[in-house]
Design a binder for this molecule. Sequence first.
Ligand SMILES: C[S@@+](CC[C@H](N)C(=O)[O-])C[C@H]1O[C@@H](n2cnc3c(N)ncnc32)[C@H](O)[C@@H]1O
Length: 211
Amino acid sequence: MIEQEEEYWGKFAPTYDNDQEYIVGNAILQAITTKLHEECDLGEVIEFGCGAGYFTKVIARKARHVIATDLSDQMLEVARVQLQKFQNITIQKANCEDTYFPSGRFDSVFMANLIHVVENPMNVFQESHQILRHGGLLLVVDFTGYGMNWFEKMKLGIRYLKKWGMPSRYVRHNLSPDELVSFVENIDFKVEEVRLLGDKTKALYLRGRKA
Ligand SMILES: C[S@@+](CC[C@H](N)C(=O)[O-])C[C@H]1O[C@@H](n2cnc3c(N)ncnc32)[C@H](O)[C@@H]1O
């Protein structure tokens, strides 16, 4: 199963960032980037599902050190090239549903556009809780169709099919702020902020604390 997911994502790696921009549009990527710039003192960070590293470089400016992880070797190869000038980023392979990091190792866990594609989001939040220190920050960004009108959804779907074909089998198309909050509260995170970003295309932005 996990091998199939790795293969699925790996084939998009060489053009991932450009394709993503074509599909969701530059405005939402900028809205996420601007919001991430408001973060500060992220400390020792682990990123799950870093892909080609689009948001890793934003987070790295706010962190002492980032371990950027992904399931796909091909994604990690592209990320390694794109992030080579950052001294405070380490790139490592890891499955975010079952990592090998010790308990309490990180100040912050960051994931962008991962929760809507994983088989079991609860495993990801459980793992995040385990490897965060007490009071550590959970930062989740996730594209969603929630709040989009049907015409924009249809156009986005066509752009997706054109670039990447059929979506990953686990994909959640319309995760709502309440659903995301309930996932993380179930794992004993205290939600500090949740909001819907974007205009034509949307993303959820959530900050939670390990209680
Ligand atoms: C939609 S892409 C998002 C990439 C990047 N975060 C971004 O926003 O540009 C999802 C990424 O999650 C990775 N991924 C999927 N399942 C994973 C898992 N179980 N563990 C780690 N990474 C995973 C994929 O390989 C892919 O790079």
